[in-house]
Design a protein around this ligand. Structure first.
Ligand code: SAM
Length: 231
């Protein structure tokens, strides 16, 4: 699967995808990542990619020409490219979106900067728009990395053990149960003794009970949905 990050600041992203699980996925060719910088496409004689807002308002906006030319070129060379804009003014990205997008051949993640992007660029090019939460970031790079990471985990072969996807939070309406590792006792805190006895069906029941408690406490919305879905 291919990802293209459209960003004025590719360096902010590059290091994240050069290490650990996702770095290995890149090296093994499970995912491919490239970058397009709108500044490389600007026709402005001072190399500018931003301008004041028409109609007033504080701050600058990314101008249409560099992004439009770049995206036109990208779509010509990759007709199946699925173009996603990151913006706080959009529906929230979820695990279901991550799974669905992992079936795409090529996802393009467009990051805004300044006060955002001229709306005409989004109207003309967006296959989808996503927010990662109800807060304002300085730029779309973090948000686009969040999407790329969450989508990549669902691409076949990226995770060493595909089973780990199945038990993760958001795969069912329940959050994942608390987990423990060695040592069995750490600074007077023992892991739940039932976990040590090797009775897998009992551990499964116990984990489900703990997952229910955790979900009810932290995410009552998911808990309510889970209970309704089971009826
Ligand atoms: N003026 C915009 C507004 O109030 O909606 C905010 C612009 S923000 C400072 C600059 C860029 O950061 C946006 O164009 C977008 O790409 C990105 N961004 C900021 N918050 C985001 C969020 N919660 N989700 C996704 N992208 C976000």
């Amino acid at each position: 699967m291919r990802f293209t990050f459209v960003t004025l600041f590719p360096k902010l992203i590059q290091e994240y995808f050069s290490d650990s699980i996702l770095g290995r996925a890149v090296n093994e060719g499970k995912i491919r990542i490239d970058y397009r910088n709108p500044r490389d496409y600007t026709k402005d004689r001072h190399n500018r990619v931003d301008a004041p807002m028409i109609g007033g308002g504080a701050g600058m906006l990314m101008t249409p020409q560099p992004l439009m030319d770049m995206l036109r070129n990208l779509k010509e060379t990759s007709p199946k490219a699925h173009i996603v804009f990151l913006t706080p003014v959009a529906k929230r990205f979820t695990q279901n979106d991550a799974k669905r997008l992992s079936n795409m051949e090529h996802v393009v993640l467009v990051s805004g900067r300044y006060e955002g992007i001229d709306e005409r660029v989004i109207e003309a090019n967006a296959d989808e728009v996503f927010s990662i939460g109800d807060y304002i970031l300085t730029g779309g790079e973090l948000a686009s990395m969040v999407l790329c990471d969450a989508i990549s985990r669902n691409v076949e072969g990226v995770l060493g053990n595909a089973n780990s996807l199945e038990v993760e939070s958001f795969e069912s309406p329940l959050l994942e149960a608390p987990s423990f590792t060695k040592p069995n006792i750490y600074e007077d805190n023992a892991v739940i003794s039932e976990f040590l006895k090797g009775n897998h069906s009992k551990v499964t029941d116990l984990k489900r009970g703990l997952a229910l408690c955790k979900t009810k406490y932290f995410r009552p919305d998911l808990y309510k949905k889970g209970i309704t879905d089971e009826k």
